[in-house]
Write a new protein. Structure first.
Ligand code: ADP
Length: 337
């Protein structure tokens, strides 16, 4: 039979989270994570010296099975769950579980619900106000037409937001399901170029599909990739504009890594916005986004599709010169795993 770990220390080191053993009021053992958090010399120390956080210390002195939520270890606001488990006579196994990430995720979820409600409430308030006014008998025909048009535009906006939200939740639900279609990136890029042609034409933009290398095969989800390319092309048209040059959709390989790049010669994006661009509802220029039919979700959708393909989204931009959005696929992306 395989042997057990030689010492308690070996066992504790297997945990990524801070873990200690307290025996007769002293720290008898502490793993690396615990030493990094509480101090490198805590082993053998009295717990009153090793653990200064008052609630944590009280729980250790009580010596009973407990799980408490505390803050103030390794940072004033840093939240932890402290778990104490008595083992044998006068030994306590103490674990600290970092709740920072879970709390940040929960905050993001709450913010998202608040933002989505706000985004939907704004057009809805306009629609309901105008609909009410339309019910009055004395509204002149000209105004009636104007109100009806606004109701149409605002409902279309709500529909786009709802469609993008549904799309986002479908992509998120598929997050852990590997795409399994064998596809040619150059073929998808050509379809994306054709699909966006009517919008490009309306905005007097020229789209150039540049195939640096054909037969670039990857395993992916063709519908999702088409959606990602479409979102990037539509942004390039809406924010890039075609005044100073064409919008280019390039397919190629960077060493072993297949890539798709969308380049525009538009207004560009200031560096401070780049890290936040893929957040839901984040917009650089709110009025321009709304005015051009944007939902603020396009790049969040792209990011999720890119992550599902284990690819990387690289955004570079020079204000006043243009932007480059590159999706870089992993080298092994041509193979079914
Ligand atoms: P939206 O629906 O507002 O276009 P996105 O998530 O697609 O939302 O994009 C977020 C923001 O990023 C946009 O509001 C816009 O300010 C900026 N942006 C996206 N693509 C470009 C681009 N090619 N050029 C300049 N700004 C862009």
């Amino acid at each position: 039979m395989p042997s057990l770990p030689d010492t308690v220390d070996d066992l504790l080191e297997a945990f990524d989270q801070p873990v200690l053993v307290v025996r007769a009021g002293r720290v008898a053992a502490a793993n690396k994570a615990a030493r990094a958090l509480l101090g490198s010399a805590i082993v053998d120390r009295d717990i009153r010296v090793a653990m200064r956080q008052p609630q944590a210390l009280a729980a250790l002195l009580a010596g009973k099975k407990t799980d408490i939520e505390i803050a103030g270890i390794g940072g004033a606001e840093r939240p932890w769950t402290l778990s104490v488990r008595p083992i044998g006579d006068d030994n306590l196994l103490v674990r600290l579980h970092d709740r920072g990430e879970a709390i940040a995720a929960e905050r993001m979820r709450v913010d998202f619900v608040a933002n989505a409600s706000h985004e939907l409430r704004t057009p809805l308030a306009t629609i309901s106000g105008y609909a009410e006014t339309l019910g009055d008998d004395d509204v002149p025909d000209e105004l009636r037409k104007k109100f009806a048009t606004t109701i149409g535009t605002e409902s279309a906006r709500m529909l786009r937001i709802i469609e993008d939200l549904m799309s986002l939740s479908r992509i998120e639900a598929d997050r852990f399901r590997q795409p399994r279609e064998s596809i040619m990136l150059d073929r998808i890029a050509k379809i994306a170029g054709q699909q966006i042609a009517p919008l490009a034409e309306r905005r007097a933009c020229r789209i150039v599909v540049e195939i640096e290398q054909d037969q670039v095969a990857i395993v992916g989800d063709s519908a999702q990739l088409l959606q990602a390319f479409d979102n990037l092309l539509s942004n390039a048209i809406r924010y890039g504009g075609g005044e100073r040059g064409p919008i280019t959709l390039t397919v190629g390989k960077d060493g072993l890594r297949p890539f798709v790049r969308i380049t525009d010669c538009g207004r560009g994006i200031a560096a401070e916005h780049l890290p936040r661009l893929t957040e839901r509802f984040y917009r650089v220029d709110e009025a321009r986004s709304r005015g051009s039919g944007g939902t603020g979700l396009g790049l969040a959708i792209v990011k999720h599709i890119v992550e599902r393909h284990r690819a990387v989204l690289d955004i570079r931009s020079n204000p006043g010169i243009g932007s480059k959005f590159t999706i870089l696929f992993p080298p092994e992306s041509g193979r079914l795993s």
